[in-house]
Design a protein around this ligand. Structure first.
Ligand code: DAH
Length: 339
């Protein structure tokens, strides 16, 4: 019997199976109830007691070796049977986690979508801008406090270059290239020299809008703003315009929308007022039109500017501005459904 075991062990590597059927035949021959191994187990009963120990070990050795060979053959057949047509080497390995759009991208895309349905197209300009486009062409007096070093990041060694502090600079970029009718929105990043906290950051995002044509009136501005607000915050939303001041618009206004939470009753979000401020707007100052090569006798326009973070905060109640730029995956994943 020992000899039989040894022979079987020696010839193990000669066992071959080209397909599943041949493999099954091998299994029946060696490993099934009527196979070689079972037969040996039965013969084992007749082995004299003093040989039982060694014989038992040898049978076990054969059993493990047979099983291992069998597994190898089965794996080889599985590989062979996978047709090359089914093998897609470009496929992403699993698991493939689903990404999410950044909340600011989601809000920006919604804003673009709403304005593009009212005929606005996209425009953009550089983030590193010159003083003329950010301030001069927007009718900021030379000594206007917004030019102060405290607000604006200037480029070292190039005193007239700066990081734009608002997207209004793109208004000027568009006007110098194009005559009315002009109907653009300009989403983009802006920079201000602020200490970083939950409520302020040294960079944030704005969407600027500019509409210039003959016969444009404040009523047009109001209607575009009302449509925008209702599409973004819901059909029951009301708007309110409060007189304000910007160098580049006259008259200027700050716009509030009715509070989403209390619908005007007064709550903690709107600090009891029933209104939430969301943007600045106004009729383009005739001097701005002239400074940018547009005939202010013939054309009139309106403009508006809003902060994307501010709107994202209202839509999603994000309490800390810093979350928008930390790229914490747990925060970003929360917007999966909003994509
Ligand atoms: N540029 C202003 C700011 O950064 C926002 C703004 C207000 C833009 C009124 C406009 C406007 O176009 O008409 O605070």
């Amino acid at each position: 019997m020992l000899e039989k075991i040894q022979n079987a062990l020696n010839s193990l590597c000669e066992l071959h199976a080209a397909n599943a059927q041949e493999l099954e035949e091998l299994r029946i021959k060696y490993l099934s109830k009527k196979g070689m191994l079972s037969q040996m187990m039965q013969d084992f009963r007749n082995v004299p007691a003093e040989q039982k120990r060694e014989m038992g070990m040898r049978i076990n050795e054969l059993k493990n070796a047979l099983q291992q060979r069998f597994d190898e053959l089965r794996a080889a057949i599985a590989v062979k049977e996978t047709s090359h047509d089914e093998l897609d080497l470009t496929r992403t390995p699993y698991p493939a986690p689903i990404g999410t759009r950044h909340p600011l991208t989601i809000v920006r895309n919604r804003i673009i979508d709403i304005f593009s349905r009212q005929g606005f197209t996209l425009a953009d300009g550089p983030e590193v801008e010159d003083d003329w486009h950010v301030y001069g062409s927007m009718n900021f007096a030379d000594d206007h406090p917004a030019r102060d070093m405290q607000d604006t990041f200037y480029v070292q060694g190039a005193p007239s270059m700066l990081l734009r502090s608002h997207t209004s600079s793109v208004q000027s970029r568009v006007m110098e290239k194009q005559q009315p009718p002009i109907r653009v929105i300009c989403p983009g990043r802006v920079y201000r020299n602020e200490a970083i906290s939950a409520r302020a950051h040294c960079f944030f995002h704005q969407v600027e809008g500019l509409y210039i044509d003959e016969h444009v009136s404040f009523t047009d501005l109001k209607q575009v703003m009302l449509t925008f607000s209702r599409e973004l915050f819901g059909p029951d939303t009301e708007i309110r315009l409060r007189p304000s001041y910007f160098p580049f618009t006259e008259p200027s206004a700050e716009m509030d929308v009715s509070c989403q939470i209390c619908h005007g009753e007064g709550c903690s979000l709107c600090k009891g007022t029933g209104w939430l401020e969301i943007l600045g707007c106004g009729m383009v100052h005739p001097r701005v039109l002239e400074l940018n090569g547009i005939d202010s006798e013939r054309y009139k326009g309106f403009a508006f500017g809003m902060g994307i973070e501010r709107i994202a905060n209202l839509l999603y109640r994000v309490k800390d501005l810093r979350l928008f730029s930390e790229n914490d995956v747990r925060f970003l994943q929360e917007f999966q459904a909003a994509n």
